[in-house]
Design a protein around this ligand. Sequence first.
Ligand code: DAT
Ligand code: MG
Length: 140
Amino acid sequence: MEQTFFIIKPDGVKRGLVGEVLKRIEQRGFTIEKLELRSQVSEELIDQHYQDLVGQSFYPPIREFMTSGPVLVGIISGPKVIETWRTMMGATRPEEALPGTIRGDFAKAAGENQAIQNVVHGSDSEESAKREIALWFEEK
Ligand code: DAT
Ligand code: MG
């Protein structure tokens, strides 16, 4: 069965959206395979997670935001879960995220030079799902 990796980001945990996000996963019929609260994630792990963004000028605020508080990480499975979870999350930018999506319902607009705080993460392909699951869950 297809699997994907998700994060409820620090804004989602701080704002009490854990139950809301998990409810949507369950309602959609996906299976929660793993679920862990990580109280303090290292900058190194976030840099590896966002390896494609590390060189961008807008990246430092993203690192700061992602290490600013507890995150909930997990693996969910089901048919077409990678694409479906991306649809459920909505567009990256709050102003583009449609109502009915998690980001469209909850993400707040970011200020200049701030990280976009958009509540959730989801792997964007089979390859990134495999890589991210290994990065976050495999014993080193
Ligand atoms: P997504 O999370 O939708 O897969 P992404 O992988 O391109 O989007 O970027 C990862 C996160 O980094 C994104 O959720 C929010 C933040 N981000 C991306 N581009 C940004 C930008 N130009 N300014 C501020 N934050 C940004
Ligand atoms: Mg991404």
